[in-house]
Design a protein around this ligand. Sequence first.
Ligand code: HEC
Length: 173
Amino acid sequence: MSRRFLLGMVAVCAMASGVALLGRSRAADADTDTVDYTKVKPTELVNNTIKGKLKNPYSDTQTDIVAQGGQLLLNYGCNGCHGGGGGGGMCPPLINDTWVYGGDDDTLFRLVSLGSDELQKLGYTRIGRENVVGPMPPFGGIIKNADDLWKILAFVRSRYNGDPGYKFGAPPE
Ligand code: HEC
């Protein structure tokens, strides 16, 4: 392969990924960037967002957010089943690399909001198997707003102790 050809390919790829990036940020604007998460119930956000588009605005490196998320997890009683650090108890751990329906933000937000029965009605299936299998109750009407749930999920991510490649679900093939 000639050097000129290679350089040409690099340029084409760079252009293509630039276009893809533009497309993505525009789509995100329309869906979630304009949403005030403190003003919307988790269930409402789920019902108004296309599958795959829910994305945590927080990162698990924001220590203040993670601390708030850990407190909220206790306030909403998730610890009764999952343990205060999310490491499992009566119910599955939230911080290992077995994800029951998927480990991406979108799936986790929908699962906690709708509960596992409702999620299954929408066609989701258990792809991962934890030691404990049971229904996850719907919390979308109990958790005050989507912002609280994003903070809880940021906390859960911060405690992740599984294979780094699986933190957000199965890595792309
Ligand atoms: C009554 C017990 C119970 C409570 C309370 C509960 N959960 Fe769950 N949760 C479960 C069960 C059981 C599962 C597994 C669901 C399945 O197998 O379909 C689960 C699954 C999950 C998962 C997916 C775990 C994985 O490995 O894929 C997340 C995330 C989660 N719960 C978060 C929460 C959060 C956040 C709260 C509090 C707002 C909460 N849960 C409250 C029982 C509970």
